[in-house]
Design a protein around this ligand. Structure first.
Ligand code: ADP
Length: 604
């Protein structure tokens, strides 16, 4: 759109003008009008004022005398008396003989000025403000306030960027799933001949930054159809009914442009469960209802395919996932090792990288990173290269960037005493040693005691060999032991404990609890689910689903489990005390130790 945008003045500007106008009006007009109300006085007063030469204008009429004071502030009125010398005296007092002092008109005028004019000003300003407001709220509605539910084209991005499936690295399963939609959009008759109709809605489900938006755009790009996109939160407006009307408008436009893709991001913002409580959010409910109505309203073969994304599928209203609505779910998960490597390569094409960069190694180090984080890592590496004046990003740049993106920026000048540094070195080596000595645990990739802004004083980067979809009981136990390894090293080497283990404690407890309540790995509770996970994709909040007695028994077992692993870790550390010292000293001196160096020293 090439519409020229006028710079918008903030609302406060108009409020300011309104207040000023009212103030001015009061200052200038009001006193005069109020003062010019006619005051009836007795003849004596009139005479006194005449003597005092305090008469401005005077109008002697047949039945009354109208006059003003010297400053013309007040109009007075008095009756007529037989007073022959009056005119001379008035003349002497310097009064001006006026033919008429507005009397008849003044009540009307004052009424106009005191009541009508302010009202006009207020209504006018009110209109102006409302319009400004509507424009903001209505997402660019042009003039009439009834236009405000319209979602004009500005809201939707029509595809011109041409994202293709090849731009989305990894996510093969999701792509396969969506390829069918593309095929349908290319060749609808193939489907309609058999009588098959496409699902109207497809839900892309997965954690943030895994490429759901990209995938939706890629479907549109591959099929070369328009792409309408809107975020769920954009529908929910301040005024009840506006969201619904936006939905109506969106579908109207989509039907006109069919075949096309409509993408609704964050659908949970409107499609959350209607839980029967008095929610107070009528707007959201109306919007959802409208969406359901629209989806029911068109046939599967109109060529409008609705894609929606969410990372909280369990919060969606069941009405949305019913057949005929969003009945197909495409999981878009965090990338695995191969996927991570592919994503890194896709993004590395956009920057200059040194020829010897080992992407697989980087992908291994960035275990658990999302597509968006990997893209960020590559960009960060390029920035780092520029900062140090290199022409291309090197392996080291990429490795450092992982730490930046995953663990926060290095605090180069954080002050840590030597003794603290030594303790941190022991702590970190403790983790690594316990991990390395337990055959099933992942080996260490890198250990550093350069503090991060994330608050970690040091950290151990572990690498999973390959991808784990399943972990067995021993592996989890070993992991818990590894978490306790830091504290164990402090106990064995320093003889006292520090606060540095708080995060380890949290992690170990979480794992131990999950073993008992979710993974069925305790003897006593067998395969009984004691917890329900409510938020699978965002951290996985869990709530206990058992009696208070069971809960306290779980607590006891968690403690016992962690204790056992802590003892095991202590034993490993004690048995390898000389290696612990050697490695901790090395780390203390060099601040960073790679996995290779670590293993060399350990095995020497
Ligand atoms: P989501 O919608 O799942 O939150 P996006 O599609 O907005 O995630 O992804 C954000 C950014 O992350 C993209 O613009 C892209 O740069 C990068 N990204 C995510 N996943 C991938 C992927 N599979 N391949 C390439 N880039 C990706």
């Amino acid at each position: 759109m090439n519409e020229v945008k006028k710079p918008k003045k903030p609302l406060i500007f108009y409020y300011g003008i309104a207040v000023l106008a009212v103030l001015l009006f009061n200052l200038l007009a009001m006193p005069r009008i109020a003062a010019r109300q006619i005051k009836e006085v007795d003849y004596g007063t009139f005479m006194t004022m005449t003597e005092e030469k305090n008469i401005g204008q005077v109008d002697v009429q047949s039945n009354q005398i109208l006059f003003t004071d010297k400053e013309n502030k007040q109009i007075y009125k008095t009756g007529i008396m037989d007073d022959p010398g009056l005119v001379d005296r008035l003349h002497d007092s310097g009064a001006v003989f006026a033919s008429e002092i507005i009397e008849e008109a003044s009540p009307i005028l004052s009424f106009l000025l005191t009541w009508i004019l302010p009202m006009v000003i207020f209504i006018g300003l009110g209109q102006l403000l409302t319009r400004q407001f509507m424009k903001k709220a209505g997402g660019g509605s042009n003039s009439m306030m009834f236009n405000m539910g319209k979602s004009n084209a500005k809201v939707y991005v029509k595809s011109s960027n041409g994202i293709k499936f090849s731009d989305v690295a990894g996510e093969d399963e999701a792509k396969e799933n969506l390829a069918e939609i593309v095929d349908y959009l290319h060749n609808p008759s193939k489907y309609s001949e058999i009588g098959a109709s496409m699902p109207k809605g497809i839900l892309l489900v997965g954690p943030p930054g895994t490429g759901k938006t990209m995938l939706a755009k890629a479907v549109a790009g591959e099929a070369d159809v328009p792409f309408f996109s809107m975020s769920g939160s954009e529908f929910v407006e301040m005024f009840v009914g506006m969201g619904a009307s936006k939905v109506r408008d969106l579908f109207k436009q989509a039907k006109e442009k069919a075949p096309c893709i409509v993408f609704i991001d964050e659908i949970d913002a409107i499609g959350g469960k209607r839980d029967g409580r008095i929610s107070g959010n009528d707007e959201r409910e109306q919007t959802l209802n409208q969406l359901l109505t629209e989806m029911d309203g068109f046939e599967g073969n109109t060529g409008v395919i609705i894609l929606a994304a969410t990372n909280r599928p369990e919060t969606l209203d069941p009405a949305l996932t019913r057949p005929g609505r969003f009945d197909r779910r495409v999981p878009v998960e965090l990338p695995d090792l191969k996927g991570r490597e592919a994503i890194l390569r896709v993004h590395a094409k956009k920057i200059k990288v040194a020829p010897d960069v080992d992407f697989e190694h980087i992908a291994r180090m960035a275990s658990g990173a999302s597509g968006a984080e990997l893209a960020n890592i590559v960009n960060e590496a390029a920035l780092r290269a520029v900062r140090s004046g290199r022409k291309s990003a090197t392996q080291a740049d990429l490795e450092e960037s992982i730490e930046v993106v995953i663990a926060g920026y290095q605090k180069k000048n954080a002050i840590m005493t030597d003794q603290e540094k030594m303790i941190v070195a022991y702590h970190e080596i403790g983790h690594a040693l316990v991990a390395a000595k337990q055959t099933n645990s992942a080996p260490v990739q890198k250990i550093t005691i350069v503090p991060r802004t994330s608050g970690a004083l040091g950290y151990t980067l572990q690498v999973d060999e390959g991808n784990h979809y399943l972990m067995n009981k021993e592996e989890i136990e070993n992991k818990i032991a590894t978490f306790t390894g830091g504290r164990a090293a402090e106990e064995v080497a320093v003889g006292s404990v520090t606060t540095g283990a708080s995060n380890d404690i949290e992690q170990a407890t979480k794992l131990a609890r999950a073993m008992i309540t979710r993974y069925g790995m305790s003897e006593d509770f067998d395969m009984v689910a004691l917890e329900t996970v409510t938020n699978q994709y965002l951290g996985g909040d869990a709530s206990l689903a058992c009696s208070a007695e069971t809960a306290s028994e779980i607590d006891r077992q968690v403690v016992a489990l962690v204790k056992r692993q802590h003892e095991k870790a202590k034993q490993i550390i004690t048995e390898n005390k000389d290696k612990l010292d050697q490695l901790a000293q090395y780390l203390y001196r060099n601040e960073t130790i790679t996995g290779e160096e670590f293993m060399n020293i350990l095995n020497s």
